[in-house]
Design a protein around this ligand. Structure first.
Ligand SMILES: Cc1cc2nc3c(=O)[nH]c(=O)nc-3n(C[C@H](O)[C@H](O)[C@H](O)COP(=O)(O)OP(=O)(O)OC[C@H]3O[C@@H](n4cnc5c(N)ncnc54)[C@H](O)[C@@H]3O)c2cc1C
Ligand code: HEM
Length: 435
């Protein structure tokens, strides 16, 4: 632990580091990946390119330093990171590399203010945090038991969940034929594939979208249309043309840009029944609480493909004949994935209510889509949200703006934040985005 003097040195430098957060992120990742290019096999290049990942890491370190006396406040954030790291198979020895480059980036920003004492204090602070993460990750890896790192799965079934085929479910069976571990409904796996033209392995998380089963898992993937893609800024992990693949590293990235939505489009267009891909063990901190009183109502709120983890929760509740009252609230732009399935369940279960909100806006009108939900939310009744029961649990998954609106409405209705769980299909937790 840090002594009082070290804590003060760390805290005194936080404002300067916060002010130059972007610079730290750029220096840190650029130099680390330049010297350790194998780490490209772990990091999602899009999140690096857009700065989301560096920002998430730096903001957590600074939040940690600000809360150094009261670290327990950060537990949910650390848990999300440890679960994500475990899903990516991050190992303790890699913390040494990350720490070295992060502290160098701090020095670059602080200049002469990074005295030997300040550096020592920050090194200690980094390792307090690293130890907390590696300790928790070691525990998670022990729970994974025999399934370490990557396991091969075969695509057993591939099914369109929407008329246009923009959302597709994959039923996956392990090639080794051994029983699959159970998971907590709401959790995700990481998929690893190689994409022609890309130098490094591509890793992405996908929520498990069905109840646990010992012989298969199901994921549901949305084709990313790449509406945010900056066509003028090719990424540094691309070797798109054959000329580029034989060229020197400095030419990589100067060739034609790769198409957007690398993994989702590859999975949907190029992976067929019988093909194989690799997965890590299920993990994640967004999940159905397995130890609660089954009379507590459950409110499941989703938008678009973010219905996937909630589908797993609902199917599990139904399969286990849990008698909790359930309210299903689903927003979608066109046809809602799984709507017919959910309606069939609702018909058989008198204690289940459903609301489907459809927006008639075009694909490109993503921002207005969110404001539509704001109005839809106002049309929900106290019964739809089980507001009279102080024990109701809420699970929300959707685009960030959608979740902000859902969160604001729930707060306005007096729902305590600890009863609401959010899942974000990106880096950085929803809570982090609102600090
Ligand atoms: C916990 C978790 C669970 C998830 N569950 C699901 C799920 O169940 N189903 C699902 O479909 N997805 C899920 N996701 C999202 C998924 O992991 C992928 O992020 C998603 O499929 C997009 O990946 P991609 O490779 O297709 O797109 P990427 O190639 O990673 O691109 C992502 C976005 O960035 C844009 N982009 C690309 N390059 C640039 C650039 N240079 N500058 C600016 N923008 C750029 C793209 O246009 C695209 O819109 C989940 C994510 C998390 C973290
Ligand atoms: C104290 C040290 C570290 C901190 C504070 C930290 C913090 C974070 C945070 C905040 C995220 C985003 C999590 C989310 O999705 O919400 C993240 C993701 C990630 N971290 Fe770490 N991390 C640390 C060490 C490491 C190490 C040692 C590695 C190994 C190389 C690593 C690799 C990754 C990867 C690959 C991701 C996912 C990136 C993506 O999907 O874009 N991290 N980390």
């Amino acid at each position: 632990m840090l002594n009082a003097q070290e804590t003060k040195l760390v805290k005194d430098t936080i404002p300067a580091l916060r002010q130059h957060g972007e610079h730290i992120s750029t220096v840190f990742y650029k130099t680390m990946l330049r010297d350790h290019p194998d780490l490209h096999n772990y990091f999602n290049n899009v999140n690096m390119h857009t700065g989301k990942q560096p920002r998430a890491l730096t903001s957590l370190i600074l939040a940690f330093a600000s809360n150094i006396i009261n670290i327990s406040e950060l537990t949910p954030k650390l848990e999300r990171v440890a679960q994500k790291h475990a899903s990516l198979n991050i190992q303790p020895e890699q913390y040494e590399i990350v720490g070295r480059y992060l502290l160098r980036a701090f020095s670059a920003v602080l200049g002469p203010s990074m005295t030997p004492d300040v550096k020592l204090a920050w090194t200690k602070a980094y390792w307090v945090m690293a130890k907390m993460l590696t300790g928790r990750e070691a525990h998670i890896y022990r729970e994974f038991e025999a399934w370490k790192a990557w396991r091969k799965f075969m695509i057993y079934d591939k099914k369109n969940e929407t008329i246009g085929g923009s959302i597709v479910s994959f039923t996956l069976k392990p090639v080794d034929g051994k029983a699959l571990p159970t998971f907590l409904p709401g959790q995700y796996i990481t998929v690893r594939i190689t994409v022609p033209g890309m130098k490094y392995a591509q890793l992405r998380q996908y929520s498990l979208s069905d109840a646990p089963s010992p012989d298969h898992y199901r994921i549901t993937v949305k084709r990313d249309q790449g509406t945010n893609w900056d066509y003028l800024s090719p990424r540094d992990d691309m070797t798109v043309s054959s000329a580029a693949s034989s060229a020197s590293d400095s030419s990589i990235g100067s060739v034609q840009p790769c198409r957007p939505g690398i993994v989702s489009n590859s999975l949907i267009d190029e992976f067929h029944e019988g093909d194989t891909l690799e997965l890590t063990h299920p993990s994640g901190s967004f999940h159905l609480n397995p130890n609660v009183d089954t009379s507590m109502p459950l409110v499941l709120i989703s938008a678009g493909v973010c219905v996937a983890p909630l589908m797993s929760i609902l199917n599990t509740v139904v399969e286990r004949r849990i008698t909790r009252p359930v309210s299903w609230i689903q927003a979608s732009r066109h046809d809602a994935p799984f709507q017919a399935h959910v309606e069939k369940i609702a018909k058989k279960h008198p204690n289940m209510r459903t609301k489907f909100f459809k927006s008639r806006l075009s694909d490109s009108d993503v921002l207005s889509y969110t404001s539509t939900f704001d109005n839809d939310f106002l049309s929900l009744t106290a019964e739809d949200l089980y507001l009279s029961n102080r024990m109701t649990e809420y699970y929300v998954c959707g685009p960030e703006k959608f979740m902000i609106q859902a969160s604001n409405h729930l707060q306005r209705y007096g729902v305590q934040p600890e009863r609401v769980q959010f899942e974000i299909f990106s880096v950085g937790s929803f809570e982090m985005a609102h600090d």
